[in-house]
Design a protein around this ligand. Structure first.
Ligand SMILES: Nc1ncnc2c1ncn2[C@@H]1O[C@H](COP(=O)(O)OP(=O)(O)OP(=O)(O)O)[C@@H](O)[C@H]1O
Length: 244
């Protein structure tokens, strides 16, 4: 059987902010994500999960990256050159985001928030009403985000990301504001919809309990010894000790 072609492949990535009060260093030795794959980024608050998602999402620019391939496109040279135009098109067409706060547009209805990411160059993966129904949002389509609950907003954010039919969804703590049963149900929906579309997902989470319950492969943030250059390193392994 042939090995699946990775949709996202990153090697030798390093990022730093500072020096001074903002001094922060992060490195990612290797990440490989196949079509439909799911990967969690675990670590304590402030360990750099959102920063790493921004780097993978082509929003932050790494100081160094040996390899950055997204759906077969080699983006490392453009990142090294700071060529923002060259990364804008793959960012738009291949990546989807679920923000920690939901990030919905307050002046649009739920239906329009979901529809806004529909691909311009191919059919949408779902009808808005069908996708909303899958996520239990069918009665809320005409409401504005302020008139629905936080859990419902997170499900709208998931629907919006899925509607864009991206190759990779980057999800920043999509269940952090939810009680455990709702968090579990929301993550189950995200996993099911992503698997159905073959969408790969990278999800930041500080909930080791949820990561363990869903048996998610995980890259965990750890401090590197000063002798090895210090900073935070994201590497495979258990995140025991993180808050449940
Ligand atoms: N725009 C910024 N300017 C300066 N420092 C920042 C900025 N954003 C984040 N930081 C700092 O970078 C470090 C990593 O932050 P980041 O938000 O990536 O961590 P996190 O693991 O996602 O945290 P949390 O779980 O609380 O969301 C922290 O020390 C944070 O204070």
């Amino acid at each position: 059987m042939s090995t699946p072609v990775p949709v996202l492949e990153v090697e030798g990535l390093a990022f730093s902010r500072g020096p001074g009060a903002e001094d922060f260093r992060l490195s990612l030795p290797a990440l490989r994500l196949a079509r439909g794959g799911f990967l969690a980024l675990a670590g304590e608050s402030g360990s750099g999960k959102s920063t790493l998602l921004d780097l993978l999402g082509l929003i932050e620019r790494p100081g160094r990256v040996a390899r950055f391939r997204l759906c077969g496109r080699d983006l490392a040279p453009a990142l090294a050159a700071g060529d923002l135009e060259a990364v804008a098109a793959p960012r738009r067409s291949l990546l989807g985001y679920i923000l920690q706060s939901g990030g919905l547009l307050p002046f649009l209805t739920v239906a329009d928030n979901i529809a806004i990411t529909r691909p311009a160059d191919r059919p949408a993966p779902f009808a808005v009403g069908d996708l909303a129904a899958r996520l239990g949002l069918e009665g809320l389509l005409r409401r504005k985000p302020e008139a629905i609950s936080i859990g419902q907003r997170q499900r709208v954010a998931i629907a919006r990301a899925i509607m864009g039919d991206p190759a990779v969804i980057l999800a920043d703590e999509p269940t952090a504001a939810l009680d455990p049963p709702t968090a579990r149900a929301t993550l189950r929906l995200l996993c099911a919809l992503a698997a159905e579309r073959g969408t790969a997902v990278v999800m930041a989470s500080h909930s080791w309990a949820l990561i363990r319950e869903f048996s998610l492969p995980v890259l965990t943030a750890r401090m590197a010894p000063e002798a090895d250059g210090g900073g935070v390193v994201f590497a495979p392994g258990s995140a025991e000790g993180l808050a449940a």
